[in-house]
Design a protein around this ligand. Structure first.
Ligand code: DO4
Ligand code: MG
Length: 298
């Protein structure tokens, strides 16, 4: 069972659920967290409350909806170097390809404390169909397809979504202290298209993540991995995020990338990125290059 928001003429968006057969049922709550809170108030699981609405008349089929972000995540955080593939890619960009060097990426991959960084706010985060931007001062940019955990203020995992942690490999490779600039800019994060309810997932480590990139109607990249390749446990990542921190209901924690395009690949203006997570759906975003600018002294 998945939760979406779709565009509706008379309202900004409508919260709805999608059943296994792809039928969409409207939910009478303004947003995902209100729905979760209502289930708690009624002493039911979110899934049990969701099921009650499938007795209603469906409004549409999922394929026909124009979707928005499934929620306004107040903050998006991200985990790094949680898959071998990510560690190897970072080592490549940090050492100009000297793969025998041992770096801080090797250290963090094996360390007890995971890498967790601040990725985005609701205003910087886009949803299905919206443009993700390319920075004007980077020549090596890639999407990072990641499993996103939707959590409440206590760190409880409420659901799963797909996320794109857009990244500048040249900026991060130049100096790891540039990480916030390599990761955070306008439209550098995308989430959606749906929230797969945690109650409806038996084993999240069985979820698969696929990324496809299209250029001039041709597929130029296609890669796939499984969450069971994750070095850490999902709960472990959440516990480090919430430790001595203030987290807000509906925060999204991205869990790291495990699909990386070849080292010579960079995104171009006009590309289309598809990120598919089994059970969640396909998050599709066109890519838009930001015009070159001079740095301005204020
Ligand atoms: O260490 C930098 C970021 C790594 C990251 O974003 C990832 O592994 O997904
Ligand atoms: Mg990432």
């Amino acid at each position: 069972m998945r939760i979406i928001r779709y565009k509706k003429k008379e309202a900004k968006h409508q919260l709805a659920l999608v059943n296994k057969e792809s039928f969409v049922f409207d939910l009478p709550y303004p947003d995902f967290m209100s729905f979760v809170n209502e289930a708690e108030k009624q002493g039911k699981t979110v899934l049990a409350l969701a099921k009650e609405f499938t007795a209603n008349e469906p409004v549409e089929k999922y394929e026909n909806m124009i979707l928005t972000t499934p929620l306004d995540a107040p903050e998006v955080w991200a985990s790094g170097v949680t898959y071998e593939k990510s560690r190897d890619a970072r080592n490549y960009e940090a050492t100009e390809g000297k793969l025998d060097a041992t770096t801080f990426y090797d250290k963090v991959y094996d360390a007890e404390r995971p890498e967790i960084f601040f990725k985005s706010t609701a205003a910087r985060t886009v949803g299905p169909g919206q443009e993700v931007y390319l920075r004007s001062d980077s020549n090596w940019q890639i999407p990072e397809p990641e499993l996103g955990l939707v959590i409440n203020k206590d760190g409880k995992i409420l659901g799963y979504t797909a996320g794109n942690d857009m990244s500048c490999r040249d900026i991060e490779g130049e100096n790891p202290l540039y990480l916030p600039q390599a990761k955070v800019w306008k439209n550098s994060c995308s989430i959606g298209p749906a929230i797969l309810l945690a109650d409806a997932v038996e084993d999240p480590y069985e979820l698969t993540i696929t990324c496809r990139i299209f250029r001039n109607n041709e597929k130029v990249f296609d890669g796939m991995a499984s969450v069971n390749q994750l070095k850490r446990k999902l709960d472990e990542l959440v516990s480090y995020l919430v430790l001595d921190n203030e987290i807000f209901d509906g925060t999204v924690l991205l869990t790291g990338t495990c699909v990386v395009p070849p080292n010579e690949f960079t995104l171009n203006d006009g590309d289309t990125i598809e990120i598919e997570i089994s059970g969640v759906g396909i998050l599709i975003n066109p890519v838009k290059q930001q015009a070159k600018k001079e740095t301005v002294l204020y």
